[in-house]
Design a protein around this ligand. Sequence first.
Ligand code: ATP
Ligand code: MG
Length: 481
Amino acid sequence: MKEIAIIDRNRESVRKLEAQLRGRGYRVESYGDETVALERIGERPPDLVISELALKEHTGPEIIRELRRIAPALPVIIITGHSNTQNAIDSMREGAYDYFAKPLDTEKTLLAIEKALDLGSAGDGVSFTGEGDEAPLGHGSRLIGKSPEMLEIYKRIGQVAASDAAVLIQGESGTGKELVSQAIHDNSKRRTGPFLAVNCAAIPETLLESELFGYEKGAFTGAVSRKTGKFEQANHGTIFLDEIGDMTLSIQAKVLRVLQDKAFERVGGRETIQVNTRVVAATNKSLVECMKSGAFRVDLFYRLKVVSIFLPPLRERGSDVLLLAEFFRNHYNTLLGKNVRGISAEAVELLHDYHWPGNVRELENNVQTAVLLNKSGVLSCEDFPVYAERERGESAGRPGEESVDLHEAFHQVLAGRFASLCIDHKGSIYDKTVQDFERALIGLALGRVGGNQVRASKLLGISRNTLRNRIERFGGLDNLK
Ligand SMILES: Nc1ncnc2c1ncn2[C@@H]1O[C@H](COP(=O)(O)OP(=O)(O)OP(=O)(O)O)[C@@H](O)[C@H]1O
Ligand SMILES: [Mg+2]
């Protein structure tokens, strides 16, 4: 019989989980005091430990380190009533198998428990990624948001921070890609090294190569002395390549070489320079689309996408929008020396309902303006630029949805092709049309969420199984534009 130890001072909060685990045939040992728990676990390790973070002596993820010390292969799942960005990042970084915020989603928690136990008995152990005894210096707490979508992002940051692997961050403009890349750096063992950001879209093509790789004296007119590039300057640190989709093919080739061999030559130079620079790249373009048009190298894409993070748009983060609005209100209150005490109920509703095509950046700008202009001490709808834009009907439409009458649009498309449809697909027009429509719809949804099937199925409002089934029916992902 598999044995599970639960460490939590608040027995009430885990009673339901405990009962369900017993019901599934596990032996459960519960401890309110971690000193007793650690002693027993050290003597006779169970198959899995579930632990709160806020304990008597241990008040954070150090409990994971302690457990790892006494039983290195023991899977640990964190459940906590004190969930925040940094706790989620640190827990995963310390090697927790998974992390959940209370109140628990019992179904999800049970699923993770079963998976962790399977892993244990398969003899794989759990790969721990912690980094010895250094205290975390993380800046993760600058990332605001408590939605399940963002919690997954924090966990992912914790998982990837410790390794040197390249990371690709995808997401719409203003979703926080730069902030996430900074959090990866700040939570990695490179955190004492440099973090340099290069916006590949903002620098003219001819300058970008020398900006990244440096140049030798005389490499071109005006190169009066040797200059090191960002890859060299970021040695032992992290380089953040923003808008990587805008990089030319020849620079992409050079970046690929750095990823593969950690080597490059300066512009106009012969000497091969070796660097130990971690690459984090970001894009708000679909690299799949760029590859199709030949503008992005397939090998570089696959090299980068091994570790990917998809940042959800703000409109998919539920009430995070209000947490962020409150955060920015406080921030700009201090910065602008104002005394805005709150946000009115109508304004809360406006912020909640608006679709934020510019994501967090647009929200931040709106709150900044509102705080600046406000006189009453409470932010009202009229204070926010999006309100006026909406009133004037100027606000950017939801991408692709701008008051389109779908039926009308389909009618037009079909009408133009109907004659040939009748010839080519006589007797099967219905199936053919509906299938092709479905295929286009699924392709668009996948493209929008960067290929993430869980998010695509959520977006479409179909089950993951249905989506998988359709992808298979259409002959795989390659057939979905
Ligand atoms: N989760 C968050 N918590 C707090 N601030 C955030 C969050 N996400 C983004 N921001 C803030 O929003 C602004 C935009 O974020 P950032 O520059 O990281 O976005 P981006 O995805 O890189 O955008 P772009 O694609 O336009 O470059 C920044 O001021 C950042 O500090
Ligand atoms: Mg950016």
